[in-house]
Design a protein around this ligand. Structure first.
Ligand code: CP3
Length: 354
């Protein structure tokens, strides 16, 4: 039951030969789609949408109805984990995430405890099961979590931040407290991702949006080390094929070399490193996912097609490329423009595969 009809994405992550480059888009379910905005209005707010398995399933499937995508991604958020840790998450309209109880010092960190993941985050696993059933093997389902460092930036700052002043202060003044915070998030995330796999997630992606805000040595200590712990503790080998893992540190640049040593299958690459360079960094050790600048989607169909052509050419011949943007699609994009991108990948990529 539920045999996969399209496994191009999973094959590319394993660097097996494929007839064309598979494509999916970060934030493919989102505000640029009018049908998404309709369902979010029915749910009331973003977290209520995440907590409702039927509606989360509906918005997960919406982009697959419009475009020939090769993967679905669970509709949820990286901040479900700190919400389960008791920090009180809310999304005020148009303002981004807010925590009612940020953790900013050693005393607050000592009070944190790994939650009962199966029950406190049970709504996420129910969404995974509902989506798997609805997909009926059409394409694989990606589960995800934030990197402990990226999640911790929101827990300490209490909201989105530009300079990370409070958490960087903690890293310098009381690194042991920060490491303790990261340990709790890491342990929770391992349980969270393993439960997603158990519920049916067929690939795992770890989003480290803010790792590159750190100096390289601090990146290794406060971000990469915890992603390594996650990879080492995931139960990836329960099915016929192991569940592949994608790591994405936005702005990683040369740190892609270190990331390729973690035992992950693939690295997400943003548009500030070209894929030819990234491929040299990782020496075909891992697959690469990316990396068109999301800003390109604001331009004309001709410019979008050229951007796709350039991205495919930059990766070059051979297996191990998953087409994506270098970061999430933005809410101002015309949905027709994403269609131009996806069609261009289908049309232009076969020449890069034998
Ligand atoms: O990719 C997908 O389609 C799956 C869903 C997904 C969401 N968030 C839905 C979402 C995923 C994978 C995420 C990850 C996420 N969330 C990250 C890491 C990836 C990245 O984009 O850097 C981060 C940093 C967050 C935290 C977060 N969630 C912020 C800062 C915001 C507000 C910013 C904004 O765009 O408004 C969110 C809200 C959010 N998560 C939305 C969606 C569709 C918009 C909510 C809405 O409908 O109002």
């Amino acid at each position: 039951m539920n045999e996969l009809q399209n496994d191009l994405f999973l094959r590319a992550l394993r660097r097996e030969p494929v007839p064309r480059t598979p494509v999916w888009i970060m934030r493919q379910a989102g505000r640029y789609l009018p049908e998404y905005r309709e369902v979010r209005a029915i749910a009331g707010d973003f977290m209520s949408l995440c907590r409702n398995a039927e509606l989360a399933c509906e918005v997960t499937l919406q982009p697959l109805r419009r475009y020939q995508l090769d993967a679905a991604i669970l509709f949820s958020d990286i901040l479900t984990v700190p919400d389960a840790l008791g920090l009180g998450l809310s999304f005020a309209a148009g303002e981004g995430p807010r925590f009612a109880r940020p953790v900013q010092n050693a005393a607050a960190i000592r009070k944190l405890a790994v939650p009962d993941v199966k029950s406190d985050l049970g709504y996420v696993f129910e969404a995974v099961r509902t989506i798997r059933t609805a997909l009926a093997g059409k394409v694989p389902l990606i589960g995800f979590a934030g990197s402990p460092w990226t999640v911790a930036t929101y827990m300490v700052e209490g909201r989105s931040s530009r300079d990370f002043a409070t958490i960087k202060g903690l890293a310098k003044e009381d690194p042991d407290a920060l490491l303790q915070l990261l340990d709790v998030v890491t342990e929770t995330t391992v349980q969270y991702l393993n439960a997603q796999i158990e519920a049916g997630a067929q690939a795992i992606m770890v989003f480290d949006t803010w790792g590159s805000a750190l100096e390289p040595d601090d990146y290794r200590r406060f971000s990469l080390a915890n992603m390594q712990t996650i990879i080492d503790n995931l139960a990836l080998n329960q099915g016929k094929e192991p569940v592949p893992v994608i790591l994405f540190t936005k702005g990683a640049g040369e740190l892609l070399r270190d990331m390729a040593q973690t035992g992950c299958n693939a690295l997400g690459v943003d548009w500030t490193t070209d894929l030819a360079t990234a491929r040299r960094y990782v020496q075909d050790k891992v697959a690469l996912q990316g990396n068109l600048d999301p800003a390109t989607l604001r331009e004309s169909p001709e410019v979008i097609r050229q951007g796709v052509a350039d991205t495919l050419a930059s990766y070059g011949h051979g297996p191990g490329h998953v087409f994506n943007l270098g970061h999430g699609i933005t809410p101002d994009v015309d949905p027709e423009h994403l269609g131009v991108l996806v069609d261009a990948v289908h049309e232009l990529s076969p020449q890069y595969h034998d």
